[in-house]
Design a protein around this ligand. Structure first.
Ligand code: FMN
Length: 193
């Protein structure tokens, strides 16, 4: 285990998932290598009111030093290379646009390049898609990525933990992503009969 997780934020609705995921990765002692697409920044502004995005503004508290933010076009960043070891990557939320780019093998920005690297190095790649309904285009992109080893994890909260707040619904999805990345958490979202 390296303790390092790569994370992409793209322009799908669900900025709250991204912020909570970063918070819990940091709380678990992980290093977060973060890339945000221009559309992802727009969603952070629209949905969270975050106009100036920094590790500190994203976290609100906690150890912002664990979060390294890279420019979207910085293809020379360490996470562009498979020789930089990580425990995996989440794209949260993942737009259909970025889904299509990764499925096609495109690697022309740091999110798609890091995702490409994660797949080729056979590390966990968790894609938190948020689009509905789905056309055959997205379904085929998802199927291809699943065959390539990616984990499709749609932002689709369950209700068996009896959510009362939006935060409870957000936590359901984020807990699933943490489980898939092998990161410990104590969120109360597990099914108990
Ligand atoms: C307000 C808003 C909400 C959006 N929500 C979604 C969404 O939920 N899912 C999605 O796939 N695309 C959504 N989009 C479209 C993407 O932002 C758009 O396809 C963009 O090109 C994605 O770029 P990126 O993949 O580089 O982030 C939304 C766009 C806007 C402006």
């Amino acid at each position: 285990m390296t303790g390092q997780i790569v994370m992409g934020i793209t322009g799908a609705s669900g900025a709250a998932y991204a912020r909570r995921l970063i918070e819990l990765l940091v709380r678990a002692g992980r290093g977060v290598h973060l890339v945000i697409s221009p559309a992802g920044r727009q969603l952070l502004a629209d949905e969270l009111g975050l106009t100036e995005v920094t590790p500190r503004s994203l976290l609100g508290g906690g150890d912002a030093g664990r979060v390294k933010l890279y420019p979207h076009d910085d293809l020379a960043a360490v996470i562009s290379s498979g020789s930089f070891r990580t425990d995996g990557m989440a794209v949260c939320p993942c737009s259909s646009n970025t889904l299509a780019a990764i499925a096609s093998g495109l690697a022309d920005n740091l999110i798609t390049r890091a995702a490409h690297v994660t797949l080729k190095e056979r590390r966990p790649l968790v894609l938190v898609t948020r689009e509905t309904p789905l056309s055959p285009i997205e379904i085929e992109n998802m199927a291809g990525l699943s065959r390539a080893g990616a984990i499709l994890c749609p932002a689709s909260p369950g209700f068996y933990h009896h959510p009362r707040t939006i935060e409870d619904l957000v936590d359901f999805v984020v807990a699933k992503v943490l489980d898939l990345l092998g990161v410990e958490h104590d969120l109360k979202t597990r099914y108990t009969p």
